[in-house]
Design a binder for this molecule. Structure first.
Ligand code: NAD
Length: 512
């Protein structure tokens, strides 16, 4: 079936996949720039979600039984399918999320790269291996392998509607799981496109990647549907609800939550490069980036130059929906209220508005706030808009202390002329990822794990940790020969334990 027809059936506008499920009505997704309807989708109820998970469970067995090599072939077919349609998908992302076409291409390309890496590295990371049995079990062969969890539920956000959920979906599939994906209610067409692409590219195990659509209640139903793990990406507020729902069935969770990422600009930093990176890290995707830069701590030595470079650059930005727009509208109209509140609070608290601060329709002007008190919402809470606070600090050490004072800790950035100094600051930054002399780059390295600390969540996608996140360790011992004295038997001689205590004393007793 051509993708457009498949997408029609998934979106429920013609008879197809979803019509056999129960639904509680439909909802529309709209283009945030024009208000035009992008698609109409079913609101799947709890019965529909359970039915979908059961279908996926049957597919999960077939998918797992294929083994790494056969799965890799099919994941390559999926990757090839996406790669041949990058522009088609980017156009849909542009229409439904609002971001520029070029930014959509970037996120799709990154997702494809991760898909390739996950498929290629799954066998070595998860496959069976022998481990040393140790002295007490010298007669045993010991085996370790990482087995799939069955069906993984993925609940995604709208800000990177391809890259973010694919960070869970690609790694979960490569680890041998089936996936049921609930995209954000703001970007269901992108989710439906991905699921339809899978069906077209991998027809023999089409049910291994399925879609349910709807609002929070559909997500909650997925939490209760008996999945082996629930991979959630979204806000900390919703993450708390997801954890509480998953606790009802002891379903394990992966939490990829929000951030308030900081950049530290040190005395000897390349100020021009730091300003360029800060503006892109803060403003691209209209600031709706979980690992976007929201705070900068610049040392007194570079502060004035840094501020003037940043304000000059934001003057060149051109938000809009036209071809050369640097960023688009806010995907979720209500987010402009959060941005307005943070800007007003920052100015009321004594901060200086150096640029922007205005909202025109769905577009927030690139906004730079100087020396906002650390207690204000613009510094403490995730703003998720094209805004940046810049604060003068005595030195990088003070910058680090302030960066680490956040309840969140997702990513971050350090600009410094000294590798040793930058590495030291990066290691001590309380976050899951830090980029030195760049921003966000860790997300584009498939071998590096991605995830946060504190209220930014726990668990990891990407890299070997991301593959293991979607598997369970399985330990097996096989007795190769019986020992003359079997300590795990009631027939053991009493004297054996004196000998054991003596050997333990000899081996470990000298350590103080
Ligand atoms: P959100 O928390 O509002 O929604 C996320 C998803 O949860 C949506 O699909 C939504 O329908 C679903 N949901 C809502 N209520 C639910 C419930 N009670 N039970 C189950 N599911 C429910 O987040 P959002 O506005 O879509 O995304 C923006 C947030 O995501 C920001 O905080 C951003 O930083 C974060 N984010 C984090 C990462 C990361 O990797 N750490 C990546 C992208 C976005």
């Amino acid at each position: 079936m051509p993708l457009s027809e498949e997408l029609d059936s998934v979106s429920g506008t013609t008879a197809g996949t979803v019509d056999r499920h129960g639904t509680a009505g439909t909802f529309e997704s709209t283009n945030p720039a024009t208000g035009a309807v992008v698609g109409v989708f079913p609101v799947h109820d709890a019965d529909a979600v359970r039915e979908t998970v059961e279908q996926a469970r049957a597919a999960a067995e077939r998918w797992a039984a294929l083994g790494f090599a056969e799965r890799r072939l099919r994941l390559a077919a999926f990757r090839g399918y996406l790669a041949r349609r990058v522009h088609e998908l980017a156009d849909l992302v542009h229409r439904e999320n609002g971001k520029p076409h070029d930014d959509a291409i970037l996120e799709i390309t990154l997702a494809i790269d991760h898909l390739a890496w996950a498929a290629a590295h799954a066998p070595r990371t998860l496959g069976p291996r022998r481990v040393r049995p140790g002295l007490l079990a010298a007669n045993q062969a010991a085996y370790l392998e990482y087995q799939p969890l069955g069906v993984v539920g993925v609940i995604g956000p709208w800000n990177y509607p391809v890259f973010t959920p694919m960070g869970s979906i690609a790694y979960a599939l490569a680890a041998g799981n089936a996936v049921v994906f609930k995209p954000s209610e703001f970007t269901p067409a992108v989710g439906a496109w991905l699921a339809a692409a899978w069906r077209a590219a991998v027809p023999d195990v089409a049910d291994a990647f399925q879609l349910v659509t709807g609002y929070g209640e559909t997500g909650a139903a997925l939490c209760r549907a008996g999945v082996g793990k629930l991979a959630f990406t979204g806000s900390a507020a919703t993450g708390r609800k997801v954890m509480a729902t998953c606790a009802e069935t002891l379903t394990p969770v992966l939490m990829e939550l929000g951030g308030k990422d900081a950049m530290i600009v040190d005395d000897d930093a390349d100020v021009v490069a730091a300003a360029d990176a800060a503006v892109w890290g803060a403003m691209s995707n209209a600031g709706q980036t979980c690992i976007g830069i929201e705070r900068v701590y610049a040392t007194s030595a570079v502060y004035d130059r840094f501020v003037s470079e940043v304000t000059r650059r934001v003057g060149d930005l051109d938000p809009g929906s036209h071809e050369r727009a640097t960023y688009g509208p806010m995907t979720m109209a209500s987010q402009t209220d959060v941005v307005r509140r943070h800007v007003a609070d920052a100015v009321a608290a004594g901060g200086t508005l150096a640029a922007g601060g205005t909202v025109d329709g769905g577009y927030v002007a690139p906004t730079v706030l100087l020396d906002v008190p650390e207690s204000s919402a613009a510094v403490r809470e995730e703003t998720f808009g094209p805004t940046l606070t810049i604060t003068r600090v005595a030195d990088a050490e003070e910058g680090l202390t302030r960066a680490n004072a956040s309840s969140m800790g997702l990513g971050g950035s350090v600009f410094s002329g000294s590798t040793a100094r930058a590495m030291d600051l990066a290691r001590r930054m309380r976050s899951g990822m830090t980029a030195i002399n760049s921003v966000l780059t860790f997300a584009s390295v498939p071998a590096l794990p991605f995830g946060g600390v504190g209220e930014s969540g726990f668990g990891r996608i990407h890299g070997e940790d991301g593959l293991r996140e979607f598997s369970r360790a399985k330990a097996i011992t096989r007795q190769r020969f019986p020992l003359p004295v079997d300590l795990l038997s009631f027939s053991r001689p009493a004297a054996a334990f004196d000998a054991l205590a003596r050997v333990t004393g000899l081996l470990h007793g000298r350590h103080r």
